[in-house]
Design a protein around this ligand. Structure first.
Ligand SMILES: *Cc1c(COP(=O)(O)O)cnc(C)c1O
Length: 329
């Protein structure tokens, strides 16, 4: 869904003074803090939540250190750990994608500098409970919860837990539910002491004035966000039903802007299916970088028309004859 007229106007206004350096975006910081229900001193802006995760990892992890990563998940946690000389320790989710809390606690060692969780989790689409998170936080290890997909559905926000847990860092973004990935607006929510430390590590002016002003315009239009959330939730439900009706295809319920699909029972491999759908100009993703075994693909939710076209192409590629439910055709 394209940006609203107000967001585009704010971006144009910023370009009109593009010959000047940006400021640090204190107003955007305050607006996102209010949106998340915390004080501004608990927030650090980042050039996307990827910058937040990068700064957190550079701050906490050095050569010889370890991080704990619940897999399958976002591959960036592993790459940033390794780039800083650290070693990721993987704690797999169960076959039903449940978080192995005892496994995470048992993996904590003297050199563990961070635990990475993602809720809703990319690529499985499910989310963790506050009780599970509290049990992990009780280890005392700095714990990053990446909530990039929070605004895509109705998963629980962990921002309120920051007040009582100084080792919790929540990473959020305007890239997914707000639908503004090109703005590169992300933010960390953590204890003010830790936010202060992260600010010293972060590169100054990492957000452009376009990002700051257009981001501000978007937070000030909560009705647009709610419209996007409803549209996405409805389309995700419809595509889920269509996938579930295909023999041998197993979609997993998701709170993200994507659905993970197990196609093992069709006898096809993920790279083959990706290649064939690409011939119809539809790019889905084979789930190999996410440390998933078996044959899984992930499809992003698009517009009503795109989702219907995907369902038709996917069925043809998989050689499925059974008709689609009428809700999706
Ligand atoms: C897309 C994604 C991000 C990246 O977000 P940016 O804010 O655009 O940098 C972060 N985490 C996860 C899990 C994602 O899927």
């Amino acid at each position: 869904l394209p940006p609203s007229p107000a967001v585009m106007q704010a971006a144009m206004d910023a370009m009109a003074v593009g010959n000047l350096y940006p400021y640090s975006g204190e107003d955007l910081r305050a607006a996102l803090a209010e949106f998340a229900g915390v004080g501004p001193e608990l927030v650090m802006l980042g050039n996307g939540s990827t910058e937040v995760i990068d700064v957190v990892t550079r701050t906490l992890v050095g050569p010889g250190d370890e991080t704990i990563i619940a897999t399958p998940t976002y591959a960036f946690f592993e790459t940033q750990t390794r780039l800083n000389g650290g070693t990721p320790v993987f704690v797999p989710l169960s076959d039903a994608w449940e978080l192995d809390v005892p496994g995470i606690i048992a993996a904590v060692a003297a050199r563990t500098k961070a635990i990475f969780l993602c809720s809703p989790n990319n690529p499985t689409g499910n989310s963790w409970s506050a009780d599970e998170l509290r049990a992990v936080l009780a280890t005392g290890v700095p714990t990053v919860v990446d909530q990039a997909y929070l605004e895509c559905g109705h998963a629980e926000s962990f921002a309120p837990l920051v007040a009582s847990h100084t080792n919790l860092i929540v990473a959020r973004t305007m890239s997914k539910g707000f639908g503004l990935p090109t703005l590169r607006v992300g933010y960390a929510i953590a204890d003010p002491w830790l936010i202060d430390v992260l600010h010293r590590v972060r590169i100054p002016f990492s957000l452009s004035l376009v990002s700051i002003w257009a981001g501000l315009a978007a937070v000030r239009e909560p009705e647009v966000l709610e419209h996007n959330r409803r549209y996405l939730t409805e389309e995700r439900g419809r595509l889920f039903d269509a996938l579930r009706a295909m023999p041998g295809v197993r979609p997993y319920p998701s709170e993200g802007n994507f659905i993970l699909v197990d196609i093992s029972a069709t006898g096809r491999t993920a790279p083959d299916v990706v290649k064939e759908t690409l011939e119809d100009h539809i790019l889905i993703r084979a789930m190999t970088a996410h440390r998933l075994t078996g044959s899984h693909v992930r499809v992003t939710i698009g517009t009503t028309e795109q989702n219907a076209r995907f369902a038709r192409v996917f069925r043809r590629v998989l050689g499925i004859e059974a008709p689609l439910p009428t809700t999706v055709t």
